[in-house]
Design a protein around this ligand. Sequence first.
Ligand SMILES: Nc1ncnc2c1ncn2[C@@H]1O[C@H](COP(=O)(O)OP(=O)(O)OP(=O)(O)O)[C@@H](O)[C@H]1O
Length: 842
Amino acid sequence: MSSKLIRHSLFDQRYCEFLTIMDLTHEGNILEAMESTCNDLFEPCEPCHKALPELSGISSIASMQSEVIDGPEQQQLRVYLRVRPFSKEELNSAEDQGCIVLEDSETAVLHAPKGSASMKNSEKGIGQSMYKFSFTQIFAPGVGQAEVFDGTVRTQVQDFLQGKNSLLFSYGVTNAGKTHTIQGSAKDPGILPRALDIVFQHISGRQYVVMDLKPYLGSDVQRLDSVQLKIEKLNKAALFSLLRESDAEPQKTGRSRSSSSSSVSSLSFSSISYDQTESSAEDMHVQFCVWVAFYEIYNEQVYDLLQLNNSSKTKKRPSLRVCDDSNGNSYVRDLRWVNIHNADEACRVLRVGNKNRSAASTKMNQSSSRSHSIFTIKLLRIDGNDVQGISELSLCDLAGSERCNKTKTFGERLKEAGNINTSLLILGKCIAALRSNGVKSGYVPFRESKLTRLFQGVFCGRGRASMIVNINQCASTYDETLNVMKFSAVAQQVVQVIQPRSLESLAPRLVGRDGKPLVKNGVIDQQAVDNYLSEEELLDGDDDADMSILPQEELLGIIESLRTKLLAERRKNLVQEIQIRKEMGDAMLQQLMDSEEQHSQQMAKLKESYEEKLENTFNLYKDALKEHAYQCAVERVEEDYIPIEEYNTAQDREKELKTRLSEVEEKLRRSETSSRVGCMFSPLQESSTQTMHEGSPASDADAERCKLMYKEKCAVEKLCCEKQELIVTLESRICELNDTLQEAGESYMEKLALVQTLQNKLAYQERETERLQCDVTEKAAELTSLREELAKLSQAPVEPSRPRRGLLANFKESVTSPRSATLCRTLKRSVRSTASLKKKPV
Ligand SMILES: Nc1ncnc2c1ncn2[C@@H]1O[C@H](COP(=O)(O)OP(=O)(O)OP(=O)(O)O)[C@@H](O)[C@H]1O
């Protein structure tokens, strides 16, 4: 990332922090917070003038973008600087300390004077004592109004005459020359009278003098009928007559504006002469109609400066609402639009407005403007019966920003300062958001203040905007001036994307008296016109008429008839409301009953399914247990099984062997006895044995028998051993079998215990189900009582004294009544118990 980009993002980050602090800070502290944060804002750009290449880098990108011919036009917000000359008093009080130095027509350098907060901070090593700023153009103190006009809004006025929208702000601290720049003086008129003069010169000879086409809502046009036309003319005459009254008693009005304002009262444009703005040949048959409005935003309330009863000191001024039309254009509802035919009439409208404008003294400026005042001119292009287009030029004189502690502001003035700062803060936020969004779309807090909401369209590409920053060179206001300059540096980076508008899109909607369109797809809707004409006699013309000019008796009559209408309307509404309530109550009851029915059905099903499941599981366990016991038994039987024949044979053989064994033993005993006798006579025995061997056949046979017997004895002994082993094996098997049998018994006992638990659970479920059934019965009883109550309610007579709180409130009440709350609680409880029933493991 290049160092430039890093520095730029640092700047962005610092600015976001600055806005956050501004958000958190209110009332008088706003500007102090702004000041301290602003000091840091430029800190990374050391030395300060190094900030400029970055800004100019951005501007070059923006200017490159503005060269795109097709599609939307992109242009950097034009920010001009006008420096006011010192007054005599300021020179006498040593305000000239060379704080502002203009390097060239685009660059201004600010040097912090001694004693200023900036200087103190720079001495502490925080912030700078010198700042450099660039502007689209700078107007030095000696530059006159004409030059300022030519260098700033002249092109915008020409655009306005071509059907485009334009907006100009004058921004700056109190007493910096904002009003002077916008309105000027009799000898030296400001931007507004000059713009009006150009407009009237341009349309001279092509004016549409009938006042029957009037701006309507945001960007539509209304065709006035004869009654409305008459009222319009009366209103205009009444407005100008106000001025005559005040001219007759100039000393009586205590709230006159500043020197510039009072001089506006004798404003004349005769001294101004301009080249006629070029008109194309096809424009020559087009007629123009000019309407103006003058209003102010004071303490976040919109007030019409052209209201006839504004001069009354006792009455509270009615504030107006800001609304959006179907195209999303914001407009001031019920704002008075005055049709003017020449610059002189425009001047008179301005004077009436100035008379009404809120002005209050502060320490800094004897009649400082405490509100944002907006003068709007609407130009209608009329071709025959058709309105081809409508364009708007607004000049906004912003209230001066100021620090509460410095200006010694209290009470109402402190509130004013807070509101002024808030709306300027939102303007700053919008500008910062537009700057950071660039050409991309993103959130811009236009709707957070009336001022920004009204001009959202222009900032969003429905026109061109520019800003004149006014400053004075006084050392005492250096810190505020520095903040203004920093704000303007941000504003200058905003790139406006101006949408190209086709002639069709420029054409406004033409509406009749009732606000319904008169022209559909370029063809006059004859039916709508007929309706409009036939209604003319029926309507009493009180829709748009200004009631205040009617006689008192008439007004009282109107009020009385309106009161009767209102009462009838209220009665009708009440009956309707009761009917709707009853219908809704019935519907609700039906719904409740249905849901109750559904609920009980669901419960029954649930109970059945649980019972079934438990039964199945129990049976499964039982079967499994039986199967297991059977399997164990079969296995044991298989292991221990010996065929019966084999067993019998073995038994027989054992018996036979035992018999033979006893015989052999007997024989052995006998032979032993004989051998003992033979030992006593051994030589004899040996010889006899020898003899037996050699010759005697009887003794041979005995010997043979003995041998045989001996062999048999050995075999029997062997067999006995084998049998002994078999017995041991069988005994161990019997032990094993006993163990297995014991295990099977234990397992059987366990299963038996499990079955017992399951049976307990089943019993519990059954009890729960019974309880739920009781609940259901209870609810049914409640429902019946509810139904009865509702029936009683619907039969009960209407109480006239009952406050009308709207259908929603009554509906809420019926929903939140204690009885329905109990029902809700019961329902919730059943739902909870169902849920918990579901959650419980099987
Ligand atoms: N360029 C100028 N040349 C001569 N005098 C000027 C110039 N600008 C302003 N003044 C004078 O300075 C004084 C203050 O100007 P102005 O009332 O226009 O200030 P402001 O910014 O509108 O103040 P506020 O915000 O309080 O309304 C007026 O007397 C005005 O005539």
